[in-house]
Design a protein around this ligand. Structure first.
Ligand code: NAG
Ligand code: NAG
Ligand code: NAG
Ligand code: NAG
Ligand code: NAG
Ligand code: NAG
Ligand code: NAG
Ligand code: NAG
Length: 412
């Protein structure tokens, strides 16, 4: 037990000791095009000897490889790093002209041997962040209060909006501006689009200075030149009364829009009602007399002289009544035969079927009159006419008439 402890203690105190301050997994940030300083340093125990030292990288994009190797007293950069890497003694190297793509883990591996240990490897890894500063369209931020309020899509409320921009590049890793409110709080932007950052002020808005700045500790910010105006940020002074007025105005305009939309809706409804009312108030009634006498005639009686035609349903030329409104109608057809031994032989026809029939014949000088009538339900477009069903007929012009009217419409 004692022996094991002693051996462990001995090997600990005699082995390689790191003397630099880069503890494992430290993160360091360097700006692109500058140097990556990796000042790893160590001391060896008296009988310890360096076998070799290797420097390795493993980049974010997955590429990895050897940077340089130290062996047999010689430092040798790998071809990809020739001219870019310098040895600064012990485990230290400097890689110049850092590129964004070279962000990643950098490892030093020192292999040593001594009398008791044939080959021991010690390693340390740090993370190197290669950062790029952001750039702005005119070299500085422009911040302003938008003249018009905007609708906050998450709450549906009108809000005063501040914008800050324009970053043509957000740098690497990308930075986002933060806002300092008049009460000293730091808040994130509400949204960002194409390098312009927007902040929606709470409702009601507080007046005072709003400043948009870059987070000072962000690697990209730290790569800005010391005098860059971007480090200062930009301030807009919000006037509380004016801001509240802007909101009031936006709500007023929305209300006006709503009112005119509601007006338009009502007008449409009213127009539809008017159309219905017009249709509902259309009266239907007609009276027609046969234009000239028809002798030995079989078929639809026509043409008629129109006496009455409310609702324009009877066509005098054809003698056809066409139903303009659904409803119940009453029709009468009457005739007197004025020719010896001839018939009046009439059908009231609705859509081709007979709904009433009458017949009369004149003997010597005794005139004969006939009438037929029907009360029937019709739908729009259905047709009604008077038809002569036999050929040994005579229909007098003055004495033959066709009458009808709407008794009651379905839609009123
Ligand atoms: C770097 O090392 C850390 C800690 O071991 C690890 O989480 C990370 O994935 C490594 N990154 C790369 C690019 O290898
Ligand atoms: C390495 O560390 C030793 C001991 O602390 C010190 O004397 C030496 O100057 C250091 N070397 C470098 C290159 O920093
Ligand atoms: C650093 O981490 C590596 C891998 O985890 C480990 O092998 C090594 O001993 C560590 N070095 C130090 C000095 O802690
Ligand atoms: C709200 O949504 C509309 C449509 O999607 C968009 O045009 C508008 O910019 C959004 N407003 C805000 C403040 O995000
Ligand atoms: C984004 O901004 C740049 C200038 O910074 C402009 O040229 C480009 O048209 C913008 N793109 C969109 C989609 O707004
Ligand atoms: C607001 O900013 C203006 C100039 O930008 C400055 O004069 C004023 O003192 C600031 N007010 C506060 C309360 O910080
Ligand atoms: C305007 O109409 C929309 C949708 O109907 C409604 O959400 C909103 O509250 C109305 N605005 C006002 C000011 O009445
Ligand atoms: C009556 O019907 C005839 C033949 O179909 C047509 O030419 C005429 O235009 C119609 N008259 C009316 C007033 O609709």
């Amino acid at each position: 037990m004692f022996w094991v402890l002693l051996t462990t203690l001995l090997s600990l105190t005699t082995a390689l000791q790191w003397t630099d301050s880069l503890t494992n997994n430290t993160v360091i940030t360097v700006c692109s095009a500058s140097d990556i300083q990796l000042p790893w340093n160590f001391t060896l125990s008296p009988d310890e000897r360096i076998e070799d030292i290797k420097w390795i990288y493993r980049a974010e994009d997955g590429s990895e490889g050897l940077i340089a190797i130290f062996a047999a007293g010689h430092f040798k950069p790998m071809p990809a790093f020739t001219g870019r890497v310098q040895w600064t003694g012990q485990g230290g190297i400097v890689v110049s002209q850092a590129a964004i793509a070279e962000s990643g883990n950098y490892t030093v591996m020192v292999s040593t041997d001594d009398a008791t240990h044939p080959l021991v490897t010690f390693s340390k890894t740090i993370y190197v962040h290669v950062a790029d500063p952001p750039t702005a369209q005119s070299g500085e931020f422009h911040v302003l209060q938008e003249p018009d309020a905007v609708i906050d899509n998450t709450t549906g409320q009108w809000k005063v909006e501040l914008t800050c921009g324009v970053l043509t590049s957000p740098g690497h890793p990308a930075v986002h501006v933060v806002w300092t409110t008049p009460d000293g709080h730091t808040v994130e932007s509400s949204s960002e689009h194409n390098g312009t950052f927007r902040l929606l002020l709470p409702n009601p808005p507080s007046g005072g200075n709003y400043t948009c700045t870059l987070p000072p500790l962000s690697p990209a910010t730290r790569c800005l030149p010391p005098l860059s105006p971007l480090l200062e940020g930009a301030t807009v002074i919000v006037d509380q009364v004016k801001a509240s007025f802007t909101l009031l105005e936006a709500r007023q305009q929305e209300m006006e829009k709503n009112v005119s939309a509601e007006n338009a809706r009502l007008q449409t409804e009213l127009d539809a009602l008017k159309t219905r009312l017009d249709a509902a108030s259309t009266r239907v009634s007609f009276h027609a007399r046969l234009q000239s006498g028809l002798s030995n005639f079989r078929g639809r009686l026509q043409p008629f002289n129109i006496i009455t035609n409310e609702g324009d349903a009877i066509n005098g030329t054809t003698g056809i009544f066409t139903t303009p409104r659904d409803g119940t109608y009453f029709f009468v057809a009457s005739s007197t035969t004025l020719s010896a031994d001839k018939y009046v032989y009439m059908h009231l026809m609705a859509e081709g079927r007979s709904v009433a029939f009458t017949r009369a014949r004149r003997y010597s000088n005794y005139g004969a009159a006939a009438t037929c009538h029907a009360t029937i339900h019709l739908t729009v477009g259905e047709r009604v006419w008077v038809e002569s069903g036999a050929s040994d007929t005579y229909y007098g012009s003055d004495s033959t008439s066709f009458t009808g009217f709407l008794l009651g419409a379905d839609d009123w």
